[in-house]
Structures are given as structure tokens and as C-alpha cells.
Design a protein around this ligand. Structure first.
Ligand code: ZN
Length: 354
């Protein structure tokens, strides 16, 4: 393939473009930053299919249908994300002395020799549709970002340990995920991570951490809103403020298993029905303020109802006045444990005092 300088001369050899077409293509390439092949397609001089055909025919390079590829995530991780996306390269597999890649532009010599040097192996080339390579790379890299989500959840759980925060909110945008925590009437924005995540990624992350949870979700135009209640009594990490309910299942009349259920949205629970001895949460919209009281059904003696034990009363952090600092573990609040039993009304009164 070394005799061919670039896709332009190759297309000319095949009579698919003429000298003028090439000049126009090079001009547009320089102005727009497109690759020469793309520029010629944009100018209507050739089609993508013709380019693919010429390349595979003349250069004896196999053309790969990118749709059918299963991605080698580990191999992908050896190269800079930006480098692969920019050059539209998909590394396929490695042998002892050879690395196989799909590349949009087989004339992209600098990128190919970079791979050769980095891997210390001979590069075996295939060509493939650049757009599809790029899409596949972006999709794969955002999935590979799951460790970042897991880490963030782990950090969040650590931070809200022994506090009144009992709910973790995930705002899932196209390119980012915002993690907020909620409890005792306080909503706190805690973390923001890059990447496109789905509710399934959240399930996988919690499963990986071996944390049971209840889940609700809602949608709006540009984001998904996922709400997770980690189940306190089994993981022994998060203490929720209200740890009282009836053992078994005689629910207070206005108890619901979540408002997602109430409003008919899809919801996910670890089991269909609460079972005594199995960690289960019920949430109750106690007031019009949407403040919820959480009951861990099997955590309390049967004769307790609607009482708090071991509540944590939040107070604004003196150092940062709620903004979040080292002293308060970024939460903006410090929590004072009150032991004993309190009714939800007592706790409201207590919160009002502070
Ligand atoms: Zn602080």
C-alpha cells in the first residue's frame, strides 16, 4: 500500500475523480478540517461506498462491517480515548506479534505507526465506516465508565454514613450524572461525574457494591431522574433517621411502597412482596411538603410504631455554612446523634429548633 500517497490519488487512479475534484477536495479539507475522503463525499464527488470499495479492492484491506463487532474493552483501554476517537480506530485483537485494528482511513500513517510503536507489534489493518467506529467507541467508553459510577456511589454511601441522608438521587443527563443526597428536608448536591449512564448502570453499580436498595424513577425532556433508597439495616452502613415500623406487614393506612408505585410509573423492588425478616422499606408521604418517613419494616420490635430511634439531627456546618468542606465531609452539615425514641412530630420540633 505504500505506493499510494493518499485516498485522493487512489480515487484518481480508479477514475472516480479528476484533478479538479481533487483540488476542490483538498481545499475543503483545509478549510473544514474534514478528512480528504469525507470532503470529497461532502462535495458529492464520490460516495462512501465507492471509497470503501476502492480501498478494499486496491489495497487488499478487508472491510469490516462495524455493526457486528464485539468490542475488546481491555485492549481499547490501552489507548487514549481521544486518540482512538479522533483517528477513528478500533483495535480488534492482539496476537504475540500482531495487533489487528479497524481504521477509517488506511492512509492515516501517523496514527498507524503510533499504534505500531505503542504496542511493539505489527499492525494488521482493516477499514470500516468511520461514523460507526466513532459511535461504537463512544458507547463503549461510556460503559467502561461504570467503575467511576461505582466509586462515586461508594464515596456517597461513605459520606452519608451516620447521617440523616437516606436517599440518593441520580440525575442522568446525556453526558453527565449528578448525584444528590436527601434527608431531613435537606437536598444536597454532592457529586457530578462525566458519562452517559442508564438506570441499569445504577442497578449494576449497587449490585457490585452488594447494597440492597429500593428504586424509583421519573423522566423529563432532557434527563432521567433515579431515586435510590439504600436499605439500611442489612448493610449496616447508612443509618436512616426513621427506623421504625411494624414487624411484618400491617402498614399504616397511608403507607405506600413508593410514590412511583402510586403514580403508576415503572418501579423496581428487590421482591414483589415484603417478607418478614427481609429488609424492606416503605415510604410514606406524611405531609404535603413531600417529606417522607421511612420505615424499615423488619427492623423494629412489633409494638413500636412511628417512632425514631437513633436519629441524627443535622446542623449546618460552622466552617462552611452549608457549602461543604473538609470538616463536614462535603455534606455541609454535621450530624448529632440523638438516642432514644422520638415520634416523627418530636423530630420535626427538634429540627425546627435548630
Ligand atoms: Zn463544612
Amino acid at each position: 500500500m505504500s505506493e499510494w500517497q493518499d485516498i485522493g490519488t487512489l480515487l484518481m487512479e480508479f477514475g472516480l475523480i479528476n484533478d479538479n475534484d481533487l483540488k476542490e477536495g483538498i481545499k475543503l479539507q483545509k478549510e473544514s478540517g474534514l478528512r480528504l475522503g469525507e470532503a470529497l463525499v461532502k462535495l458529492g464527488k464520490v460516495s462512501i461506498e465507492e471509497i470503501d470499495w476502492v480501498l478494499s479492492k486496491q489495497l487488499d484491506i478487508p472491510h469490516v462491517i462495524v455493526d457486528d463487532i464485539s468490542v475488546n474493552v481491555e485492549l481499547l483501554g490501552k489507548y487514549q480515548k481521544g486518540f482512538l476517537i479522533e483517528n477513528r480506530i478500533l483495535p480488534l485483537y492482539e496476537l504475540d506479534d500482531q495487533i489487528s485494528i479497524v481504521i477509517e482511513d488506511p492512509f492515516n500513517k501517523s496514527a498507524i505507526s503510533y499504534i505500531e510503536e505503542a504496542s511493539g507489534k505489527k499492525v494488521s489493518l482493516s477499514t470500516g465506516n468511520g461514523r460507526k467506529i466513532e459511535d461504537l467507541l463512544i458507547k463503549t467508553f461510556s460503559k467502561a465508565g461504570l467503575p467511576a459510577l461505582i466509586d462515586s456511589i461508594k464515596i456517597t454511601i461513605e459520606k452519608i454514613k451516620e447521617t440523616s441522608f437516606y436517599r440518593i438521587d441520580f440525575l442522568l443527563y446525556e453526558h453527565s450524572c449528578e448525584i444528590n443526597v436527601f434527608g431531613a428536608g435537606i437536598l444536597k448536591q454532592l457529586l457530578k461525574i462525566k458519562g452517559h449512564y442508564t438506570d441499569k448502570d445504577i442497578f449494576r453499580a449497587f449490585d457490585t457494591l452488594n447494597v440492597h436498595f429500593l428504586y424509583e424513577q421519573s423522566f423529563s425532556d432532557n434527563r432521567r431522574f433515579a431515586v435510590v433508597y439504600p436499605l439500611a439495616n442489612r448493610i449496616d452502613i447508612i443509618k436512616v433517621p426513621a427506623i421504625i415500623g411494624r414487624y411484618g406487614l400491617v402498614l399504616p393506612e397511608d403507607t405506600m411502597f413508593s410514590d412511583a408505585h402510586a403514580s403508576g410509573l415503572p418501579h423496581v423492588f428487590p421482591m414483589d412482596k415484603p417478607v418478614p425478616g427481609y429488609p424492606y422499606l416503605a415510604t410514606r408521604n406524611k405531609h404535603s411538603t413531600y417529606e417522607k418517613i421511612i420505615y424499615v419494616i423488619d427492623a423494629a420490635p412489633a409494638d413500636f410504631q412511628d417512632f425514631y430511634i437513633n436519629a441524627y439531627i443535622p446542623e449546618k456546618c460552622l466552617s462552611c455554612k452549608g457549602a461543604g468542606c473538609m470538616a463536614c465531609n462535603d455534606l455541609g452539615y454535621e450530624f448529632h446523634k440523638i438516642e432514644g425514641m422520638y415520634s416523627s412530630r418530636d423530630l420535626k420540633e427538634k429540627l425546627k429548633e435548630d
